[in-house]
Design a protein around this ligand. Structure first.
Ligand SMILES: O=P(O)(O)O[C@H]1O[C@H](CO)[C@@H](O)[C@H]1O
Ligand SMILES: O=c1cc[nH]c(=O)[nH]1
Length: 286
C-alpha cells in the first residue's frame, strides 16, 4: 500500500522531511547523540568523512572507521524528537521513496546512543560509563504506539506498575536493550534500568523554584527493586529509542556518561572528559 504524501513527507530533493537525508545516506550502524555539537566530537575519530548534512537540531555525519561505514546523528532533547528521528531513519531503509511502498525485504540497523545522564544510586559515581539494560519511559510517547512486551519485560513491568502505580498521571513503558549490543558495546560497563523523563527539572526530581507534584521522586526511583534489577540513572531519550527500535525491528543500546550524582547532589566539573571517554569506548567496540 502506498504511504500518503502527508504521512511520509519527502522534500523536493528526495530527502526525508526533518533529517534532510536521502536513502543511502545512513550506514547500518548509527550513533545517536542528543547534543548537535557532539556529532563532530564523534566524527573527529572517523578515518574518512563522506558527508555532513543537517536541518534544525538533526546534524548528520557519515564516514568510515577503517572499512566500516558509520553514521553519527544528533536527536536534540527528548522523546518527541526520538519519534521523528526513528520513524525517519526507519523510512530511509525500509520504504521505497519512488513507489512510497514498504520494501518487501526489511533492513535492521544497529543504533547506539551516546548520551549524558544523572545517577540515582550512591555506588554509581560521576564518571561512570553505564549501559542501559532497559529503558523505562515516564513520558507519553508509547501511549501512541502498539508495543508487545516479552515475558521478561512483562514480569519487570508488573513490579514497576506496583511501585509507581500511585502516580496516576504517568503510564510507564519498558523495553529491553538489544542483547547482542549489550554484550558487545556494553560489555564490562555498569548496567541498570534507565528512566527516561519528559523533562530535566521536576520530571527528574529537581527542585529550583516551582513546587514538585511528586515529592521525594529520587527516593521513589532508587528504592525500586525487582529480582536483580534496579534503576540506576535518569535522562531523556533512551526509553523512546529502545521502544521504537523494537517496534520497527532495529537493535538499540544506550551508553550513558554519568555527569551527575543525584543522591550526592553533585555535577561533574569536567563533563566533556566523561563524554569523550564514552565516545572512545563505543568507537573501539563498534
Ligand atoms: O546529552 P544528551 O544526549 O542530550 O542527553 C541528556 O542531556 C539532555 C539534558 O541536558 C537530555 O537530552 C538528556 O537525555
Ligand atoms: O541529570 C542529568 C544529567 C544529564 N542529563 C539528564 O537528563 N539528567
Amino acid at each position: 500500500m502506498k504511504i500518503s504524501e502527508s504521512d511520509l513527507i519527502i522534500n523536493p530533493d528526495g530527502s526525508i522531511y526533518h533529517l534532510n537525508l536521502l536513502p543511502g545516506d545512513i550506514a547500518d550502524t548509527v550513533i545517536t547523540v542528543g547534543d548537535p555539537d557532539r556529532v563532530g566530537e564523534v566524527s573527529k575519530y572517523f578515518d574518512k568523512i563522506e558527508f555532513k548534512k543537517g536541518k534544525r537540531e538533526f546534524i548528520t555525519h557519515t564516514g568510515y572507521l577503517g572499512k566500516k561505514r558509520v553514521t553519527v546523528l544528533s536527536t536534540g532533547i527528548g522523546t518527541d524528537n526520538i519519534d521523528i528521528v526513528f520513524n525517519e531513519l526507519d523510512a530511509l531503509v525500509n520504504v521505497d521513496f519512488e513507489t512510497r511502498e514498504i520494501k518487501k525485504e526489511l533492513t535492521s540497523i544497529n543504533i547506539i546512543r551516546v548520551g549524558t545522564s544523572g545517577a540515582v544510586q550512591p555506588d554509581i559515581p560521576m564518571g561512570t560509563i553505564l549501559a542501559s539494560s532497559y529503558g523505562l519511559g515516564m513520558d507519553a510517547l508509547m501511549n501512541y504506539y502498539l508495543q508487545k512486551l516479552s515475558g521478561d519485560e512483562q514480569i519487570l513491568m508488573d513490579d514497576i506498575k506496583a511501585h509507581f502505580g500511585h502516580l496516576k498521571n504517568i503510564n510507564p513503558y519498558l523495553t529491553a536493550a538489544s542483547e547482542t549490543l549489550l554484550n558487545t558495546i556494553g560489555k564490562d560497563m555498569a548496567k541498570g534500568i534507565t528512566i527516561t523523563a519528559p523533562g530535566f527539572y521536576a520530571p527528574q526530581g529537581r527542585i529550583v523554584r516551582a513546587k514538585n507534584a511528586v515529592p521525594d521522586f529520587i527516593d521513589l526511583i532508587n528504592s525500586f527493586k525487582s529480582n536483580q534489577h534496579r534503576i540506576t540513572n535518569l535522562e531523556m531519550e533512551t526509553a523512546g529509542i529502545y521502544a521504537l527500535a523494537k517496534v520497527l525491528g532495529h537493535n538499540a543500546i544506550s551508553v550513558n556518561a554519568i555527569l551527575a550524582s543525584r543522591v550526592n547532589f553533585e555535577f561533574s566539573k569536567e563533563p566533556n572528559k566523561i563524554v569523550e571517554q564514552a565516545i572512545k569506548m563505543v568507537l573501539e567496540r563498534i
